[in-house]
Ligand binder design. Structure first.
Ligand SMILES: [Zn+2]
Ligand SMILES: [Zn+2]
Length: 415
């Protein structure tokens, strides 16, 4: 075996003068507690003794140190420079874990392939692995941060060909619940259907259907506090624009993109958001979570409770109470015409757990409805021209319509 290693080493050296890093890296899978340049020096030392013992002039000349290594083009003499550039880029961001990535560029990759064609890859590791590790060690030494392979807070990308250092900052995720105390605000920014965000007369050149949204109100103080590039809002379902969201609120996860600060006290952030949102939106239960939480709240089904104000002139109290009994239980609901453009046209069975009269006057009433996830409550009242059966309108024999709607509870079905 030892003969084989020395044969490989001699083959490598015949290809051209090479540095200790690049020589040693071809044996990286052997003696794994050494650095590649230590391996390279060891191999070179043994071959130098052989050259002396055999008085081998050719081998002696192949063993010279290169002015510039033909494989790495001298990159391993510049590790400190790359590390300093990386540290400089990392200087004003907050992170606990990092990873170095290297794009060697076409030239270095080709050199490495040329070498492997003649010398083989049996014990070798790629050049970029060694650069990543060596620069990583230098950064860790200075910052005392940890290298993390699966989900580092930041990836430092060394682009050798372009001679640049780029940072890829991992998103942060904030879980919370929001209450929407006013009507007329959508959950997420809603681009103008006419111009799709570019700005036109219809949207007064805002590009949006509504000037503000729960998403945007919450995002402003977060982007500022975390020095982020932007956010993406993930809600656990959503209420209509004209419905308030009350009770203990609706769960959401805010994805914070490229945060340059991530050691933020969620209690402090909660206070900042609530000060900024004034009387429109209130958040609570804020905490940092990992990205799996987005899928979790998106895939969860939520039962709801609503407070519904209805117009019901000509319907007396007893008829209304009987009507509420009639719509309690399983109903059949065909996809409402108002959402048919985004949901497939199906008849779904949904359960109304309870429908209770809260207050009654001559031509209006407030009722509390608790129902299964996915039930459209406005259509449960109106009947949607026979698409929801039974409905309150049908049960009382009059046109009954929702005038105001509040979501008062959102709770996971599994809970
Ligand atoms: Zn080299
Ligand atoms: Zn527009």
């Amino acid at each position: 075996m030892s003969g084989e290693i020395l044969d490989i080493a001699r083959t490598i050296l015949r290809e051209g003068l090479i540095c200790d890093h690049c020589l040693g890296r071809q044996f990286a899978k052997l003696s794994t507690d050494l650095t590649n340049d230590e391996r390279g020096r060891a191999v070179r030392l043994v071959l130098a003794m052989i050259a002396d013992a055999q008085d081998d002039q050719v081998l002696r000349s192949d063993l010279q140190q290169p002015k510039r290594c033909w494989v790495c083009n001298g990159i391993f003499e510049e590790l400190d420079v790359w590390a300093a550039r990386a540290l400089n880029a990392l200087d004003d961001i907050e992170y606990d874990t990092f990873l170095v990535g290297t794009r060697p560029g076409g030239l270095l990759s080709e050199n490495e392939e040329l070498l492997w064609e003649t010398a083989g890859t049996g014990y070798a590791e790629p050049l970029k692995s060694e650069v990543n590790r060596e620069v990583g060690k230098r950064i860790a030494g200075v910052t005392e941060k940890e290298v993390e392979f699966t989900e580092p807070d930041v990836v430092v990308l060394l682009d050798i060909a372009r001679d640049t250092v780029q940072l890829q900052i991992r998103s942060a995720y904030i879980y919370g619940r929001y209450r929407k105390l006013v009507r007329g605000i959508p959950q997420i920014r809603w681009y103008c259907t006419e111009c799709r965000g570019k700005g036109c007369e219809r949207c007064s050149f805002t590009g949006k259907m509504y000037p503000e949204s729960v998403d945007e109100l919450i995002a402003v103080p977060v982007v500022e506090a975390m020095k982020a590039s932007g956010t993406a809002f993930h809600g656990a379902g959503r209420e209509d624009v004209d419905a308030r969201m009350l009770g203990s609120g609706r769960p959401f996860v805010l994805e914070v993109k490229k945060p340059r600060k991530r050691r933020i006290d969620p209690g402090r952030l909660e206070k900042d958001i609530n000060e900024y949102c004034g009387t429109k939106v209130v958040v609570s239960d804020l905490c940092f979570v990992d990205h799996q939480k987005v899928r979790e709240i998106k895939s969860e089904q939520y039962d709801k409770a609503y407070l519904v104000t209805i117009s019901c002139s000509g319907v007396n109290r007893d008829t209304l109470i009987r009507g509420l009994d009639a719509i309690t239980g399983v109903i059949r609901q065909r996809t409402p015409s108002r959402v048919a453009h985004r949901r497939s046209d199906l008849v779904r069975k949904r359960e109304v757990y309870s429908a209770v009269l809260e207050s009654f006057s001559i031509d209006s009433a407030v009722i509390r409805i608790e129902c299964e996830a996915g039930l459209y409550v406005k259509e449960l009242i109106s009947g949607d021209h026979g698409r929801t059966v039974p409905s309150l309108s049908e049960a009382v024999g009059a046109d009954v319509a929702v005038t105001e709607l509040d979501v008062v509870a959102v709770k996971p079905v599994s809970a």
